[in-house]
Ligand binder design. Structure first.
Ligand code: BGC
Length: 727
């Protein structure tokens, strides 16, 4: 057979296999829909409705008669939450629900490694199945709009593209373990203050370009099984009964066929919510589950003809579809799950290790050469504080949590004298629902500072573990300010005066003000809330066993006033209304367009080695609107250590009929390189990805003309640019 014929035949065979697979998939889907229709046809109205509301804090009733199992839900998003009592919020006191605790959302995003999001998804899926859960409530993917939002630590980024990449990987992996995700909080839950009453408005363009893409990708690419409607209102209607969001966008545009559930106690009506696309009511604050909006009142509404039976059937069908998807009707074939395996713990470590961002390293003080050191002073409450158990709904009963001090003692204590001083005291208290517990937490405690200074003087190196805790980074309230609490600025200043070899490690999940310390200390490492392996990871980063490779997933402003929502005075809003006046200029889009110098830019992070990026080219100079742009560049590790760089591709549209952000992230890749090694890297983006949302046309618009592609390692550090034109 000649080679042309061979190629032809194998292509034909591949095509046939492709068709057969596609046909098979379509058949399985049709069979499943048939089973769903059959089950629904056998149900009474009462039974259908029983699938549409919780019958306890985190469960939905079984219909035993028809073999429909109970649906079990659990928080999310960075671990499987400990078991909660069925009928109240107290923990059930199980002894087998200690879980693997990952570093929360911003830390995940800071790794800029979707592979780690995937690895985390697999672990969470296995642990959720071990605990016999069907839905894990995460990922939380709201845009980080203000440095103050209490839940920033759970969320991912200020950039919709970075969010989308991480979220899709997480979802695909988690759902491959026969558990459904619940992408939350749909939509515009960008503050905790008045979260259950605030009415958010924004332009259609901001909605399309900034706030929707993460959800769109999670549903359309990730295949998210469920979505959680937020507490707040959007353009006058509660998110749980918002026709535009739920029917128009989620169902029609995104083609979502899964379950739209409420956040816990976010339902407000029966008829309106039923007609606008809500499927499942959870967490309503009424002891009698039959009184919930989607319980007896829904039965009554159907009987009175206010809600058509077809709508109830649709909702029951959505619930059953998630049950089929997660193999709830096929327990034999279903993932059995595992808990706390060494692989799970390794994944938690990997995530912490790749998240840390080296912000500053003057004179290469880091990594520390522990083999040559005789003494170090470890200072700060965060050196000994455990964080996994805080933050409210995302809190995890971690199997263990290694603190920085424990890890340092264990790894280096045999040869290095490790002195500890608390440095500052946690003066705040956590209060659910408001941030008053943060008030008065700025007292400078000179007794603790004097002790720390004394130790710093006696030691060769001082490491201050500073930052926040979950009294600040928490669900249910926002931070009062961006300041480091408890007089930490003063502590760091005094320690740095006493010992010039002072390293600051920031443990926090949202932006804090560093202006008071950047000029005082040579090195700053941002290590986030690091999950159960926090201490081990940070010790290995400080010693250089691991080379920092994280990059900021948000802009770190010098002060709060620099950041868009605050510069324009529209956070947290007035009279329970907030209009996102900064529009599409969120995060670096604002800073770069307005030429405001932040403390550290989006995408920024140093390494113990150096990288160069060169030979940046595109495959063509002119493109049609439906084409794909292929870019190429060389990246070299020019230093002497193994490390990773995150190459970031930004695009600008310098001449446009509407304002465009100075640049926007369009692709990125984390590249691991040995010392001296060079790699050629290729990235792709569709010409359509250069579009803006054109309100006049109610659609995306890629205008013909010139665009500039830029390759860099932060939004402010661009190595090379290439001009292209679009026809
Ligand atoms: C949170 C959700 C969470 C739910 C259940 C709500 O207060 O906003 O993110 O999944 O509680 O705990």
């Amino acid at each position: 057979m000649n080679s042309i014929l061979k190629t032809f035949l194998s292509a034909a065979l591949l095509l046939m296999i492709g068709i057969t697979n596609a046909q098979q998939k379509a058949k399985t889907a049709e069979d499943q829909e048939e089973k769903i229709r059959t089950l629904i046809s056998q149900m009474t109205l009462q039974e259908k409705v029983s699938l549409l509301h919780g019958n306890s804090k985190f469960y939905v009733s079984a219909i035993k008669r028809l073999g429909i199992p109970e649906l079990a839900l659990s928080d999310g998003p960075h671990g499987v939450r400990a078991e909660i009592n069925r009928d109240n919020w107290a923990y059930a006191g199980w002894t087998n629900d200690s879980a693997t605790c990952f570093p929360p959302g911003t830390a995940l995003a800071a790794s800029w490694n979707p592979g780690l999001a995937y690895e985390r998804g697999l672990v969470l899926g296995e642990e959720a199945r071990y605990r016999k859960k069907d839905i894990l409530l995460g990922p939380g993917i709201n845009i980080i709009r203000s440095p103050l939002c209490g839940r920033n630590f759970e969320y991912l980024s200020e950039d919709p593209f970075l969010i989308s990449k991480m979220s899709v990987a997480y979802i695909k992996a988690l759902q491959s373990k026969d558990v459904a995700v619940s992408v939350k909080h749909w939509l515009a839950n960008n503050q905790e203050e008045h979260r259950d009453s605030v009415d958010v408005t924004m332009s259609e363009r901001a909605l399309r370009e900034i706030y929707l893409p993460g959800f769109k990708a999670s549903v359309m690419e990730g295949g998210a099984g469920t979505v959680m409607a937020a507490y707040n209102k959007f353009r006058g209607d509660w998110c749980s009964e918002n026709d535009y969001l739920n029917r128009q966008i989620l169902r029609k545009e995104f083609g979502f066929k899964g379950v739209l559930m409420t956040d816990w106690s976010a339902a407000h009506t029966t008829v309106k919510a039923a007609l606008t696309g809500l499927d499942l009511e959870m967490g309503t604050d009424k002891n009698d589950y039959n009184e919930w909006y989607f319980a007896n009142p829904l039965i009554k509404a159907v009987e009175e003809g206010k809600v058509p039976m077809a709508i109830v059937d649709e909702k029951a069908g959505n619930v059953l579809r998630v049950m089929f998807k997660t193999k709830m009707f096929d327990e034999e074939k279903r993932e059995k799950g595992k808990m706390n395996t060494p692989e799970h713990q390794q994944a938690a470590y990997n995530s912490a290790a790749e998240a840390a961002v080296l912000l500053q390293n003057n004179g290469n003080l880091l990594p520390l050469h522990f083999d040559k050191l005789k003494s170090i002073a470890i200072i700060g409450d965060n050196a000994t504080r455990k964080h996994c158990g805080g933050g409210l709904s995302s809190e995890i009963k971690a199997l263990y949590e290694i603190t920085p001090l424990q890890a340092m003692q264990q790894k280096f204590g045999a040869t290095v004298k490790i002195n500890f001083a608390q440095g500052y005291e946690k003066q705040s208290v956590f209060k659910e629902g408001n941030n008053s517990g943060q008030s008065g937490a700025a007292k400078v405690d000179w007794k603790l500072i004097d002790e720390a200074v004394k130790l710093a003087k006696e030691s060769e190196v001082a490491i201050v573990f500073a930052g926040l805790n979950h009294d600040f980074d928490t669900e249910s309230s926002d931070k009062q300010s961006m300041d480091l609490p408890y007089g930490q600025d003063v502590l760091i200043r005094e320690v740095a005066k006493a010992n010039p070899n002072t390293v600051v490690v920031i443990i926090a999940g949202s932006p804090v003000k560093l202006a008071g310390i950047v000029y005082r200390v040579p090195s700053i490492l941002w290590s986030w809330f690091g999950g159960m392996e926090a201490g081990n990871a940070v010790a290995d980063l400080l010693s250089g066993k691991i080379n920092p490779s994280g990059k900021l997933p948000f802009t770190l402003p010098v002060s709060l006033e620099q950041s868009p929502a605050h510069a324009l005075g529209n956070f947290p809003g007035r009279d329970l209304k907030v209009n996102y006046e900064e529009d599409i200029l969120v995060g670096y889009r604002w800073f770069d367009t307005k030429k405001i110098q932040p403390q550290f830019p989006f995408g920024y992070g140093l390494s113990y080695t150096d990288f160069s990026i060169s030979h940046f080219t595109t495959d063509k100079s002119s493109y049609g609107k439906s084409e794909t742009i292929h870019v190429k560049f060389a990246i070299k590790n020019t230093g002497s250590r193994y490390g990773a760089e995150v190459a970031q591709l930004y695009a600008s549209d310098p001449v446009c009929t509407v304002l465009r952000p100075e640049k926007e992230l369009k692709a990125f890749e984390k590249i691991f390189l040995k010392p001296g090694e060079t790699k050629m890297v290729e990235m792709q983006l569709k010409v359509g990805d250069l579009a803006f949302y054109d309100e006049s046309k109610k659609g995306w618009n890629t205008e013909a003309g010139e665009y500039i592609l830029q390759i860099g390692n932060s939004s402010r550090n661009i190595f090379q640019k290439v001009k292209i034109s679009v026809r």
